[in-house]
Design a protein around this ligand. Structure first.
Ligand SMILES: Cc1cc2nc3c(=O)[nH]c(=O)nc-3n(C[C@H](O)[C@H](O)[C@H](O)COP(=O)(O)OP(=O)(O)OC[C@H]3O[C@@H](n4cnc5c(N)ncnc54)[C@H](O)[C@@H]3O)c2cc1C
Length: 375
């Protein structure tokens, strides 16, 4: 079996190769990046965060950040699908139960997984699900809708977050694609990340056996805050550093090659140099913050929580500001599809509103820094 460093190197190679080459078509057609995800499967990348005991690579936050930055730079939709899969794989690994074991083994064989947490009603507060199941047939039965399920209809395994029996608790269940009672509605019409298929899951009398629960009854929120949150926040931050890097890189290339009739280049204009300096500085600062947050998280340092939350806020805001500045550098040409800037600009808008949203995170950071409980 390949080492984790080998696989990370392969991911970076595929990211600058076929995954980057497919990104523009994925975006223009709003197509799920089937080939790119298959390529990641062939490389063993879908086992990055799967525990070694389940045949995975056992990667941590630092490894996830490295993979997510290179994928986010190449194709943000692929980066999102990979991120949701990797977070789900690690969360199943951190839980336990018969369904968890079977799912880990399926993921080891190439199955794609994702999280179905969000609901229309609770929105940004996905950790307080309204959907509740009733006891039925030796298990539970649930009807309702989960919104924004990345890879909806494409993933093989869905982790559903439902209200627990005791007040203020939640349970996580694993449901397979094609199970009677789960279907996927509509098309993803989001501004950016156009290939990530974040559609709604319709649940109609979905019967779930007790064995499909991950972990003990009522313990899912511990998994959400101890495993889902750090991996998701660092991974999403890294995807956004990738988007910022891609936007800055495309703007620099354009500035070097765009020539005026007198032979001078755009790169020689001082105002453009200042904008490029600002893009480069803020992308580097965001990358260093994400790497530091990942390192603290991997070391289980007590300051990790704040650093991880801050890294998501800073990286997503950096992606938005850098891609906006890249548009100024590239002008009207950047506003068209002749350059990838407009794609990066749209992709960069998702991060701030993905839960925990930046507004909610600011509240949590303020609470954590002043010693108040989070959330
Ligand atoms: C591209 C994409 C992919 C996604 N993938 C998934 C997925 O795979 N699985 C999944 O479960 N979900 C996913 N989501 C859902 C996402 O994480 C959010 O839960 C969802 O976007 C919340 O949307 P809402 O409009 O209902 O938020 P609302 O709750 O209506 O919030 C609207 C705004 O108000 C602010 N706000 C609300 N309450 C507070 C508060 N107390 N303090 C401060 N500000 C507040 C929020 O920050 C937000 O900006 C995805 C979303 C996107 C955009």
């Amino acid at each position: 079996m390949s080492s984790i460093q080998d696989v990370l190197g392969e991911i970076e190679g595929a990211a600058v190769g076929p995954i980057a080459a497919a990104a523009s078509a994925v975006d223009a057609r709003r197509a799920f990046p089937v080939e790119s995800i298959e390529r990641l499967g062939e490389l063993g990348a879908l086992g990055l965060t799967l525990p070694e005991s389940a045949g995975g690579l056992g990667g941590g936050l630092t490894d996830l950040a490295r993979a997510c930055e290179s994928l986010g730079r190449a194709c943000a939709s692929t980066g999102m699908v990979f991120l949701m899969h990797s977070v789900t794989a690690a969360t199943i690994g951190a839980g336990a139960g018969p369904a968890a074991d079977a799912a880990l083994s399926a993921i080891g064989d190439g199955a794609l997984a994702t999280l179905a947490f969000s609901e229309r009603g609770t929105g940004a507060h996905f950790y307080s699900p309204e959907l509740s199941a009733e006891r039925h047939n030796g298990g539970v039965r649930v009807s309702g809708r989960k919104s924004f399920v990345t890879s909806g209809g494409y993933a093989d395994i869905y982790m559903l977050l439902l209200q627990g029996e005791a007040d203020g608790t939640a349970d996580a269940y694993l449901v397979e694609k094609g199970a009677p009672g789960i279907s996927f509605e509509g098309e993803w019409t989001g501004l950016g990340m156009t290939g990530n298929a974040s559609v709604a899951a319709e649940l109609e009398d979905l019967q779930i056996p007790d064995e499909a629960r991950v972990g003990e009854p009522g313990t899912a929120l511990e998994l959400v805050f101890s495993t889902v949150a750090p991996l998701f926040l660092v991974g999403l931050a890294a995807v956004n550093v990738g988007i910022a890097g891609a936007a800055a890189g495309a703007a620099v290339e354009h500035a070097r090659n765009r020539r005026y009739p007198d032979g001078s280049t755009l790169a020689e204009v001082p105002a453009i140099q200042h904008m490029i300096a600002s893009m480069d500085t803020s992308t580097r600062a965001a990358r260093l913050l994400v790497q530091e947050a990942a390192r603290l998280g991997d070391a289980a340092d007590e300051s990790a929580l704040v650093a991880i939350m801050e890294s998501k806020v800073v990286a997503t805001e950096t992606a938005a500001s850098v891609s906006g500045r890249a548009l100024e550098v590239t002008g009207g040409q950047g506003y068209t599809r002749s350059l990838p800037i407009e794609r990066h600009l749209r992709d960069a808008r998702a991060g701030a509103v993905m839960a925990p949203t930046n507004a909610v995170l600011r509240t949590w950071i303020g609470k954590a820094v002043t010693g108040l409980p989070v959330p």
